[in-house]
Design a protein around this ligand. Sequence first.
Ligand code: CO8
Length: 260
Amino acid sequence: CPSYEYVTVEKRGEGSCVGLVTLNRPKALNALCDGLMKEVEAAMLTLDKDPGVAAIILTGSEKAFAAGADIKEMQNKDFVDCYMGNFLEGWDGVTKCKKPVIAAVNGYALGGGCELAMMCDIILAGEKARFGQPEIALGTIPGAGGTQRLTRAVGKSRAMQMCVTGDPINAQQAKDWGLATSVHPPDQLVAEAVKLGERIGQHSKLVVAICKESVNNAQELSLHEGLHVEKRLFYTTFATVSIFSIRTLFTSFGQKNNSI
Ligand code: CO8
């Protein structure tokens, strides 16, 4: 792996099949500066291309997943800087991964930190996690999905309340509201995410990627279009090695082939 300043990259789990990207800017509570976001994209896409990796985890520290966009980097920008400089352009690298991305969120996930977690496919929360969109208190609004992905995840009334008050929710609320799938003790969170990644790794990488594409279409397409594309993607799986190996499994108890 290339060397990074703001993230660390490892492989964990059985057969090193789970990529782990850890935000590592502790003095600023993993505030998302431009350099960090570029490294997140590079690290995620490197793991996404690694044929041995089945799923990727994005995590931070026990105190902070990420405390938002870097306020110091943002504070002197004016409208022209933002508009002409395409501020936040390219900060959505996580969404370009074909493999499932699991956010393991301990501590603060605020502003851009909450938005970054929501760019992932599955969120697991540590017991002390706090999810919030506090931009309103800074005189701005969420700019990387906080009004959009959050609304799709928790519904309009809850998202509206979070965005217009700026008040965070805790891990249990995040789970109850469907933002996170489960809550774990902080020191076990990454291990739980690795287990989930290993579980995903028991299936065909190709079919998992197709499945992820189809689930994500539900966020983008009408039901009619989504069902149509789902059916087409379903048909494509009948052209894969995986389905042939399942046929073998049913006929001669052969091993399921998850290497493709
Ligand atoms: N930016 C820059 N530095 C930060 C940030 C931040 N967002 N958050 C914390 N820090 C720094 C502090 O300045 C401090 O540094 P120093 O010691 O040099 O002064 C260090 O981290 C520790 O912070 P605190 O002393 O404040 O730690 P506390 O434990 O007392 O408080 C909090 C923790 C509550 C998280 C507090 O730090 C805080 O409120 N931070 C700001 C949270 C916030 O408002 N975030 C939203 C930012 S706006 C935004 O994210 C716009 C979205 C843009 C899209 C991004 C797309 C991915």
